[in-house]
Design a protein around this ligand. Sequence first.
Ligand code: SF4
Ligand code: SF4
Length: 192
Amino acid sequence: MLTQHRQTWLERIYLPEVLRGLSVTVHHFTRNLSLHIAHAAGLKKNVPAAVTIPYPDVPADLMPRFRGMHRLTRKANGTVACTACLCCETACPCHAIDIVPEAVDDRAIEKRPKSFEIDLSKCSFCGFCVEACPVDAIRMDTGIFDVAMDSRAGLVWGREALMGNEQGEGMEVYPPIDREDLAPRAREVSRS
Ligand code: SF4
Ligand code: SF4
């Protein structure tokens, strides 16, 4: 059971906490400024001057398990691996996935997605869809996290876009993923 933290008298008068926060800021500012000056003088080159990175000039070095934007994997013949079982759509807590199945003349799979859409404006990037998929057809290992659009419609990604942007009917609506922009480590994971 969690017990409520009772504020001390010093915390309640607020000012000491403000001063404590300011001291942390001043500490980092003077440390970074000193290190930048030292770097300019050719000293302490092995000590980084800031914990931040100059994104987007320098891509973020993402952890391998980072959940970025989704992709649909392919079978060896290049077709979509998804069998339209709807497990991911059912598991999605945000109702962000919309799949329309269609029958195929292949008894091994029986169905494939006629359309497969993910609405990123609803998605919470929880990864449940990846966990739910029985055939490893959906992954979140692209390393793409900076999807910005000027309309909600642009945040609905279709099957072709999710498969890696083959030329398809969705291409006029869904902009291509520039895979060269992916963070290096995430790109390695994507290839494995
Ligand atoms: S990551 Fe989570 S919220 Fe997003 S589509 Fe998958 S299951 Fe739904
Ligand atoms: S991505 Fe996987 S879980 Fe979702 S419909 Fe396709 S096969 Fe089923």
